[in-house]
Design a protein around this ligand. Sequence first.
Ligand code: MSP
Length: 524
Amino acid sequence: MAKPRTYLTTPIYYVNDKPHIGHAYTSLATDVLARFRRLDGHEVFFLTGTDEHGQKVEKAAKDAGEDPQAFTDRVSQAFRDLTVTMGFSNDDFIRTTEPRHKAACVALWKVLAERGEIYLGDYEGWYAVRDEAFYGPDELTERDGVRYAPTGAPVEWVKEPSYFFRLSKWLPELLRRYDLPEGHPERIDIEPESRRNEVRAFVAQGLREFGEGSPKLDLSVSRTSFTWGVKVPGDEKHVMYVWVDALTNYITAAGYPDTSNPRWAFWPADVHFVGKDIVRFHTIYWPAMLLAAGLPAAKRVFAHGWWTNEGQKISKSLGNVIDPVTLVEEYGLDPVRYFLLREVPFGQDGDFSRKALINRLNGELADALGNLANRTLSLIQRNCEGKLPAEGDAAVGGALLAGVQALPGQVRDRLDRQEFHLALEAIMASVRDANGYITQEAPWALKKTDPVRMAAVLRHLHTALRCQATLLQPFMPETMSALLDQLAVPAEARDIAALEAPLPGGTPLPPPAPLFRKIETKAA
Ligand code: MSP
């Protein structure tokens, strides 16, 4: 039987600056779902990359005194390096300056033009280079003679010839699709629900204010005042609006316009992971462009919240940008990966604090999981000659085993909804159960009184640990690989389906070694 396919994407990152924790976060969530789906028997295509055109990047290159191509080559590499530092398992890394991408943009533009979805006009209005976004006059505030967008970015008045995309025409269709029931093939699913309501209200408000089909609702999709972008086919004074170019990356990587490319089978994407600031681009402009071109829209857009640093907004000017590379050096990769998805419900804003990270690492990873593994495996070494006991009386496993049985399904459901923190909570609840079980059964004392029960208890603990480690692999690949080695689970038996097949009794186990290093904190 053919494997189910999953296509997951991260935003492509602007190369105006080096990567920080916010970038690492979006990609981490995507990586965890990609890894889980692979373990669960899917064929996965996981895409990330860099967004290299537009005025913002052009300006950053100029400020750095570099040619834009040399500049983007350099900064893009930093994002590629981050995928290695963070252990991301992306299948492709796209750069919007690549020939394959420019070709896809041109092809999509031509289709839109041929279908009458693009027309030439004049753009006059407010533009924020920092956001690469247009704003209406009533969205702005004025301070000291400068106008600002709601994001705090300064705007400038732009007046130039421009091509427009007939966005207005597609808005009613978008509203219809947002509201289709779960599972409907045409549904455009926006999550969390609060974001869906926000987007729906925004589109409905535009339609009320200007009326269906009003050119006021159309989108300016080209610029003539700078050149760092993809040239408009047939009118090379224009470059494409950077968001049109950027969003197209998701189909470029799937082979567009060559729909005979095997990768095209992955389209439409299952989930576009984005931050809350870029939801509108992904849920309004992007599906409208696709529908206008006769292509299916992505199935779901999930918008996560923003991190603050010890209570403060993260910004270069405040000098509190969190460098993922430093964090990983300090605490280790897996604890950082675990913390980012455990601490804050995905979809909500969260605060990064070292204290919270250390608490999670020391408490849940070293004390709860680390000790569970160490106690269980040391007892097997000492009391069972280092060999896995055969499966004993299931009744001795009781509630612990019932919980472990249900765990893969629970984790799958939660990850299907991008509830990463709840998936981790379910696994950690199982770890707590197992720790309660070991204390209650006291297998160290059973050696003399009831060695048969001792063997059964240790085997059940091994079963629980194997399941927990298997499900934690997407979150902490390196450490869980070490734990599965210690549990003597062969490499080919580490996926979700393999949990159904117990390891044979008598399998020799290597001597255990600590999994996590606790961080000493100075007493207050
Ligand atoms: N280039 C566009 C995306 C184009 S996608 C077709 C872009 N790039 S970005 O580099 O500015 O931002 C990329 C992602 O990083 C966004 O999803 C944004 O939400 C996320 N983050 C940036 N700062 C963040 C935090 N402080 N916290 C969490 N995520 C944040 O937008």
